[in-house]
Design a protein around this ligand. Sequence first.
Ligand SMILES: CCCCCCCCCCCCCCCC(=O)SCCNC(=O)CCNC(=O)[C@H](O)C(C)(C)COP(=O)(O)OP(=O)(O)OC[C@H]1O[C@@H](n2cnc3c(N)ncnc32)[C@H](O)[C@@H]1OP(=O)(O)O
Ligand SMILES: Cc1cc2nc3c(=O)[nH]c(=O)nc-3n(C[C@H](O)[C@H](O)[C@H](O)COP(=O)(O)OP(=O)(O)OC[C@H]3O[C@@H](n4cnc5c(N)ncnc54)[C@H](O)[C@@H]3O)c2cc1C
Length: 563
Amino acid sequence: CLFDKHSFHDKRKRRKERTDFVKCNKEDELSLFKTKLDLHVHYEFIINSPDHEAAKIWIGNLGKTATHALVYAQLYTPDGVCHGLHPFIVQVKDPKTLLAMPGVMVGDIGKKLGQNGLDNGFVLFCDVRIPRENLLNSTGDITPEGLYVTPYKDPNKRFGASLGALSGGRVGITRMSVINLKLAISIAIRYSAARKQFGPSEEEEIPVLEYQLQQWRLIPYLAAIFALDYFSKSLFINFLEFQIGLMMKDNSDRQAEIGREIHALSCASKPLSSWTAQQAVQECREACGGHGYLTMNRIGDIRNDNDPNCTYEGDNNVILQQTSNYLLTWIMLYLFSGKSTNESPLGSLNFLGDFHTILSKVFEVTVEDECLDSSVPLLAYKWLVCYLLQESYLKIQQEKQMGKSDFEAKNNSQVYYCHTLAIAYIELTALQRFHDFTHDSSVPHGLQTVLKKLCALYGLWSLSKHIAVLYQGGYFCGKKCTELIQSSILTLCSQLKNDAVSLVDTIAPSDFILNSPIGKGDGEIYKNLWSAILQGKGALERPSWWMTFSSDKPLVGSLRGKL
Ligand SMILES: CCCCCCCCCCCCCCCC(=O)SCCNC(=O)CCNC(=O)[C@H](O)C(C)(C)COP(=O)(O)OP(=O)(O)OC[C@H]1O[C@@H](n2cnc3c(N)ncnc32)[C@H](O)[C@@H]1OP(=O)(O)O
Ligand SMILES: Cc1cc2nc3c(=O)[nH]c(=O)nc-3n(C[C@H](O)[C@H](O)[C@H](O)COP(=O)(O)OP(=O)(O)OC[C@H]3O[C@@H](n4cnc5c(N)ncnc54)[C@H](O)[C@@H]3O)c2cc1C
């Protein structure tokens, strides 16, 4: 599918010259897709890209395989009015020959850091005609008489609905990243349980997973797998509910609200999940020592394949701003305008009804035993989100009072404010859902103990990255608070250590799919590695250049210039 990002630019230009995207795109990829779709008297659209800077690149499958593209482009009617971004189906290649259609210049952009099983392409159009019916018309249409019609009164709402398709991708990527997390952690924990290094005595060596440091580096990511796996599945179900509403043509306010909440959640769940996987994969690479760097053990591939999850379907840092915008709208609508708070359809904002009460709370835990339950980080997260929401709002107001435009005020309030707010909100939502699940009586008792520990560890470990803000806002006071969080994390890591391999066995794919000698389920790391090394192509052969290297070596000085 192909997105016309220039349409975002045009929209931004129309809306008070917000030009950050224009700058970025001009500097980087050939992404200014200045395509225009004019309505012709024969009820066709004509599609054009004025110059090479207008080429749209990166489109998945387009380079070699795809014959049709979904093009998001500006829709112009014959009266010269631009109706904004709309999706059109455009044939780009002949399905029988795979040659480009007349007027279409299409090709492959070349090798990438990963995901090379997919041919990302570029495309330019020159007077390409497409029938009127190729406009996907759920948010706006052209009548046979050439008039533009849309069920949306507010063009912004139509734009938002048109972008709604991106939420599905972001929900999908949230799950794809969890899968990468599972792959990497399965390899690293199985390896760490089998790899022995050093020991308490000369005679005895112990598995590296016995070391507190190795546990602290890996087991929180194991906990993150269970939390994010549950959360991403629940988000997918929310998304399905939303899609069913769309298919049933549900025009209710609730349906629109679900769309907005899913947009806010998915714009932060993709960053949370892809960044967690990115950091975990690197930690796993190092946790496997030198063998983690051997291509056959797969961690490098997982790292490269996960990496674009942070970028496509919207760069993580950019789309997090959509989430904080959503939260800031809430604070303006319901808190400072004095309207009574309402509940959000998916429940992620419900706690904000107690905004003021939550903000008046402080950390009250005094002993470690109390701290080993996920309700402790959950309470702290609620406070954290309320605090960051209040501070982000005040920061933006302060910027405006200093004479900054809306555009500048928002940009200058990202670091330490809106950006952290969006991350804290999604961590809270993921934790809340996993907490509710692990504390539900329907979960078998035998599983509940270990699941509750995983949930508490995920919550405390995630929260530990926000300790500075907890002190800054007065939720924490004195060194005891941090000591309790830290010692609880270590206790939970140590308690979960003996279950780690069994937990991995429940989430790892088959050995054939994992395809990593040091990550195989039998734990025979050296046997498997040895066998894979010996089967390596040419492992025991001498090199083709052996003669030059050993016997036909040039004599010292023989290569000196003769002149
Ligand atoms: C589960 C299914 C399985 C599928 C399984 C898939 C697997 C997954 C495979 C992955 C494979 C990857 C393949 C890579 C494929 C590409 O990468 S495709 C290219 C994707 N491109 C992007 O994501 C571009 C990212 N950029 C953007 O989305 C826009 O620039 C931004 C970030 C929304 C900002 O635009 P802007 O002009 O500043 O718009 P803004 O004023 O913020 O928004 C306008 C209004 O629309 C609303 N809005 C914007 N987006 C939305 C939305 N999505 N929903 C609702 N409302 C929205 C805003 O909230 C705002 O509303 P109001 O506040 O005005 O009420
Ligand atoms: C493997 C892969 C597959 C892809 N497939 C497709 C596809 O099928 N279809 C398609 O249309 N596109 C596709 N893309 C493109 C992808 O959607 C874009 O790369 C992505 O949306 C980011 O946009 P950009 O590259 O223009 O980055 P830019 O927007 O140029 O970002 C560059 C940097 O600037 C920062 N930045 C930008 N704006 C702001 C801001 N307002 N505030 C703060 N910082 C900012 C970003 O954080 C980022 O670090 C693909 C990309 C990849 C890597």
